[in-house]
Design a protein around this ligand. Structure first.
Ligand SMILES: *Cc1c(COP(=O)(O)O)cnc(C)c1O
Length: 378
């Protein structure tokens, strides 16, 4: 019943589902396309080390993270030989970490690549990185013009920085309308061909994210970078779900830590937004907005207790929230509450919570990954 030793609330990560999703993705892209598993933000809250272990067991030898500390954590966990891509440019003062841990940076500036090459030379190693080209995301990368080609040519001449691949990122691959994604693909290929024409060897091309894995086969190229689908979530409501079967890997659960009778007419929680309309049974669970349960969920949110839905009662606090369990059969102190996930015939998904709180499933799982202990199940 109490699944974590220190806290009566936890994120349950189902390794079987994670493994299932990875296998579905592998089958979808085929054996000729490499996969880098995007495990940034602690694997979207699922625990990067465990997720990397499951990826590795499925033959995936490349991981992508957002920050240096995320990369170092994987190296320290024993992933010493795998490629670790760092998906954002690394300012010069931080380059030593790339060298020390042999990371694969994305670069979009000659000076940056030169500094990496120099530091690599001093350490007697070669760093393999990616050239980022901005094909329409407007975030990082070279603009796809002639001066950029000249710059990349100079990078190709560096002694200890080797270009491993050409990288870009979609802005709207998850939209039903693929017009803009197609424009990005065209810009990407055109830049690639310009580089080829200048004699710049690009061993690998990588453009596709989860949505592209599902719906843009032409953008697989040599390597895809799925993130959210690894975790069993769809990138948006507009993608065709029949393209890929997925099983959510994360559930959020808690035990009732306090249960009390509250007479009609009493208010519950900060701001007195909820008043009992009848003699009620109110339970407290130790999950709050600091655990990723969004505060705007207070008004419409619900959980599952003993096989039935129970509404959140009043404002979600930082570390706890209250639920109205007046109608719940046989409710007792310690009972397990499902905040996200399945219990019997009912299910609350990350998409449900996202919809009620004006965000996306990505943010919901990242939020739950912040502070809750993780319990891995099979
Ligand atoms: C986060 C990210 C991904 C993965 O995106 P999903 O939509 O989760 O598949 C891929 N590439 C880059 C550059 C990213 O930042």
């Amino acid at each position: 019943m109490y699944k974590d030793a220190l806290r009566a609330a936890w994120a349950e990560i189902n390794i079987t589902n994670l493994d299932f999703n990875i296998k579905q993705i592998k089958e979808k892209v085929g054996s000729g396309v490499k996969i880098t598993g995007v495990v940034k933000a602690d694997a979207y809250g699922h625990g990067s080390v465990r997720v990397a272990t499951v990826l590795r067991a499925n033959g995936i030898e490349s991981f992508a993270v957002a920050t240096l500390s995320e990369a170092v954590r994987l190296r320290k966990a024993g992933f010493l030989l795998e490629e670790i891509m760092v998906l954002s440019p690394i300012p010069e003062p931080y380059i030593d970490t790339i060298i020390e841990h042999r990371l694969s940076p994305v670069v979009c500036d000659y000076k940056n690549a030169e500094a990496i090459s120099k530091a690599a030379a001093a350490a007697g190693i070669i760093i393999k990185g990616y050239i980022a080209v901005d094909t329409g995301m407007g975030r990082i990368g070279y603009s796809d013009d002639v001066t950029s080609v000249e710059d990349v040519k100079m990078i190709a001449g560096l002694s200890n920085f080797k270009i491993n691949g050409l990288f870009s990122h979609f802005a709207t691959a998850d939209a039903a309308d693929k017009t803009y994604a197609t424009v990005q693909e065209q810009r990407y290929m055109s830049f690639y061909k310009q580089l080829l024409k200048e004699g710049i060897d690009i061993p690998l091309r990588t453009l596709g994210n989860s949505a592209a894995v599902m719906e843009i086969n032409s953008a697989y190229y040599d390597m895809v970078r799925p993130g959210v689908i690894l975790y069993g979530l769809y990138p948006s409501d507009e993608v065709d779900r029949s393209q890929l079967a997925l099983r959510p890997a994360m559930s959020i659960k808690a035990n009732i830590i306090h249960l009390k009778k509250v007479p009609a007419g009493n208010s519950i929680s900060y701001g007195r937004k909820f008043t009992t309309q009848r003699d009620s049974l109110i339970a407290t669970i130790p999950v709050g907005y600091a655990d990723g349960l969004p505060r705007p969920y207070s008004a419409k949110g619900k959980v599952i207790v003993n096989g039935v839905y129970a509404p959140i009662a009043g404002t979600i606090c930082m570390d706890m929230c209250m639920i109205d369990v007046t109608h719940v059969p046989y409710v007792r102190l310690g009972d397990e509450v499902t905040i996200m996930g399945k219990d019997g015939i009912y299910e609350i998904t990350a998409d449900d919570i996202a919809r009620e709180t004006g965000t996306i499933n990505y943010e919901v799982v990242c939020g739950f990954g912040q502070r809750l202990p993780k319990v891995y199940v099979y």
